[in-house]
Design a binder for this molecule. Structure first.
Ligand SMILES: [Zn+2]
Ligand SMILES: [Zn+2]
Ligand SMILES: [Zn+2]
Length: 260
């Protein structure tokens, strides 16, 4: 484990993942390793803590593939299935805990999680194999180890959705896996960044997401020295597109590690 804080992309795909079921496009059929995109999730790790932002349907595969052996907290950006539907598998990380593992989300998303996972409170019953977690409201910065995570609202499909400002002792990192735009308040929070990670869904406009073109325009405005695209569909072929992106902007891929 690195002494420096580390950020790792566990998933960089849109809600379908890439390859997408029943898609015959070149990206889906050729399966270049950097075009394999699990549902969106980000791992944050320092010398003593492991955190994840979102636990989508691929969370089990991500934990096995990328060798996650412990987990200290979960942060949820919003209620959509591609961000929360692997949550049950956090229970493996809570077996040995004496206290519930914190799971942070905005109050609306917490209420939805309690509906989808009504059994989590059953951990108090001996023998119940359920996640031993505590749902906590995430409306202000939360600090854990080397990381300070501040949620901020972003427009996305008419439901509460949050981007995250990740601060470490050396860096300011923005992470917005889902949004249709970034309002002035969000751009203000995303000032003076070292790294920006922003969604780019596809070429064709979508009411709830950024296109590649709109994402690149926002990244240009944010002006971080290093930027990464995530939450991508199968329009984007890594070997073809990545070399053509503007200086400082790269496509992320599953497993990519960046220094935090
Ligand atoms: Zn999503
Ligand atoms: Zn495809
Ligand atoms: Zn979403």
């Amino acid at each position: 484990m690195s002494a420096r804080p580390l950020i790792r992309f566990l998933g960089t795909g849109w809600s379908h993942g890439v390859p997408m079921i029943a898609c015959d496009c070149e990206v889906c059929t050729q399966r270049h390793p950097k075009n394999i995109r699990r549902r969106p999730s980000l791992l944050l790790q320092d010398a003593r803590h492991t955190l994840v932002i979102d636990t989508g349907p691929d969370f089990r595969d991500q934990a096995l593939t990328f060798g996650i052996h412990s987990l200290d907290a979960v942060f949820m950006t919003h209620e959509h299935a591609d961000h929360v539907m692997g949550f049950d598998d956090v229970r493996r990380f809570t077996w040995a805990r004496e206290t519930p593992m914190p799971v942070y989300a905005d109050p609306h998303t917490l209420a939805r999680l309690k509906i989808v996972y009504p059994y989590v409170s059953a951990f108090r019953i001996p023998g119940k194999a359920v996640p031993k977690v505590g749902f906590l409201p995430w409306e202000a910065p939360v600090s854990l180890g080397d990381f300070r995570l501040t949620p901020f609202p972003v427009p996305h499909a008419d439901l509460p959705c949050h981007g995250v400002l990740i601060e470490t002792p050396g860096k300011r990192i923005g992470y917005v896996p889902d949004c249709s735009d970034l309002p002035a308040e969000a751009l203000e929070i995303l000032g003076d960044l070292d790294i920006m990670i922003l969604n780019a869904l596809r070429h064709k406009p979508h009411p709830a997401h950024l296109t590649l073109e709109s994402s690149l325009a926002l990244l240009h405005r944010i002006g971080a020295p290093a930027s990464y695209l995530t939450h991508m569909g199968c329009d984007f072929d890594y070997p073809a597109l990545n070399p053509t992106l503007p200086a400082g902007i790269s496509m992320a891929y599953d497993g990519l590690e960046i220094a935090g």
